[in-house]
Structures are given as structure tokens and as C-alpha cells.
Write a protein that binds this ligand. Structure first.
Ligand code: HEC
Length: 223
């Protein structure tokens, strides 16, 4: 816990430092705010002219929410040949602050899901698992530009490594279906982000039909 707080504190300090100079990356309030915090409130997803989402290169300075380890869904048993990946979830700091205050996500929220290979037996760790190279990267964005359902999903994966930008998956994609059906708050897996889940329960923003019972019946190919 101490470590998480330390990392978050460093991230905030770094983000403040970056936000004060990163005017081109800020949006609506660019140049109008006279404090670093106002600039930070303006950060969020950035898009190319063709509507594709630009992969953020500073997400490691955002707020770290949690790591899932070797997660599988439905009856898919853990596969011994898999690399037992870690899923690290980050959210932009302005959205995090809004959630802490309200229990919900504001417009222009952006999440990065960073999937990393795990390693064993790297000196001096004999039996546990540590994080290694990035395997995949995905994003979820809440943006009013998306229409009635503001949530859109993106993957930066390709055979040649991570792409610089990505188009949104269509509303029929598995991302939308699983996220709409199994999430505790809006379309996000707040049940796996322990400090935020407590806030959502206190603010009464947990989806009324959410329960921890597993309801996926069929094997699901995730990614
Ligand atoms: C079968 C269910 C399932 C499918 C399909 C799925 N996800 Fe997720 N996703 C999860 C779970 C569970 C988490 C919780 C975090 C974790 O993995 O540790 C998550 C977390 C995320 C997050 C972090 C923010 C959040 O919503 O909590 C992003 C970003 C994300 N997924 C993107 C995608 C994208 C893009 C796709 C489609 C290519 C996708 N997901 C498909 C189950 C799913």
C-alpha cells in the first residue's frame, strides 16, 4: 500500500511538472488555466484527424489502479503454456480525481490496460512472479463524441509491435459486450480496483444489477 501511494504521489508530481509545459497536449482549456491543476483537468484522449485515438506516451505518469494476474474468463482454464501475464490499469489523473469525488467517470476519461509478460526466478526471486516486457496495450475512453454510449474500445496491438494510434472497435465487438455485461461501475471493472470500489459503494454508484457471481457460460476468446 505504501508503495502504491508513493508511486501515485510521484506520478502526480511528474504529471504536474509535465502538465505545466505540455500545453499542446491539453485540450479545451489550453492556455486558459493559470494553474497546473487547471491544465490537468483539460487532459484526456487525443485523436488524429481520421478519428483514431493517439496512443498516449505518458500513461505511466497517470494513476495506477491495480494489476490483475493470469486472468481468464468463463470456463477458460489457465493455460500452462501462457506467460501468466499481468494486466496493469492506468487512468488519467483528472478522471481519477472526479471519480474520488463522485464515484463516476467524467467525459474524456481514458484508461490504458498494459499487459505484461511475467517472469519467475530472476535473481533473487525464487518462486514468485515479477513483471517483464509489454505484450499488448488497449484503451477504453468515455467521450461524448461517441454518441449514446460514450464508451469506446481500442487496441494498439499488431504483429510489428504497438501501433501509434488505433480506430475504435465497433459497438458489436466483444470488448463492448463483456464490459457492458460484467462491470461494477458504468462499463469499467471497478470491482478489481479496490480503493475505487470502496468509493463507488460509499457513493452508491455500483450498477444495481452487478453481483460477483460469474455469469459467463461459454468459453470466451478474449484477446
Ligand atoms: C470477457 C471479458 C472481456 C473482454 C471480451 C474484454 N475485456 Fe477489457 N477487461 C476485462 C476485465 C475483467 C478487466 C479488468 C482489469 C484486468 O484485466 O485486470 C478489463 C479491463 C479493461 C480495461 C481497463 C479499464 C476498465 O474498463 O476497467 C481496458 C482499457 C480494457 N479492458 C480494454 C479492452 C478492449 C480494448 C477489449 C477488446 C479488444 C476488451 N477489453 C475486451 C474483461 C474483458
Amino acid at each position: 500500500m505504501t508503495r502504491v501511494i508513493t508511486i501515485s504521489a510521484v506520478a502526480i508530481v511528474l504529471t504536474l511538472a509535465v502538465a505545466s509545459v505540455a500545453i499542446p497536449r491539453t485540450r479545451e482549456n489550453s492556455g486558459q488555466g493559470d494553474s497546473a491543476r487547471e491544465n490537468m483537468v483539460a487532459e484526456g484522449p487525443s485523436y488524429n484527424a481520421d478519428g483514431s485515438l493517439i496512443r498516449p506516451d505518458d500513461y505511466r505518469e497517470w494513476i495506477f489502479l491495480s494489476s490483475g494476474y493470469n486472468m481468464t474468463y468463463g470456463p477458460n482454464a489457465p493455460d500452462a503454456t501462457r506467460s501468466h501475464p499481468f494486466n496493469n490499469v492506468f487512468v488519467n489523473p483528472a478522471a481519477y480525481r472526479h471519480f474520488v469525488e463522485t464515484g463516476g467517470w467524467p467525459d474524456k476519461t481514458i484508461f490504458i490496460l498494459e499487459i505484461r509478460e511475467s517472469e519467475e526466478r530472476v535473481r533473487p526471486n525464487a518462486f514468485g512472479y515479477t513483471q517483464a516486457k509489454t505484450l499488448q496495450m488497449e484503451a477504453a475512453v468515455k467521450d461524448s463524441r461517441n454518441g449514446e454510449n460514450p464508451w469506446a474500445y481500442y487496441s494498439f496491438d499488431s504483429d510489428e509491435g504497438l501501433t501509434d494510434s488505433a480506430m475504435a472497435f465497433p459497438p458489436t465487438a466483444r470488448c463492448q459486450i463483456c464490459h457492458a455485461a460484467n462491470t461494477a461501475v458504468e462499463q469499467t471493472f471497478v470491482q478489481f480496483y479496490p480503493t475505487l470500489f470502496e468509493i463507488a459503494k460509499a457513493k452508491g454508484t455500483v450498477n444495481p444489477d452487478w453481483s460477483p457471481e460469474i455469469v459467463i457460460e461459454e468459453p470466451v476468446a478474449v484477446r
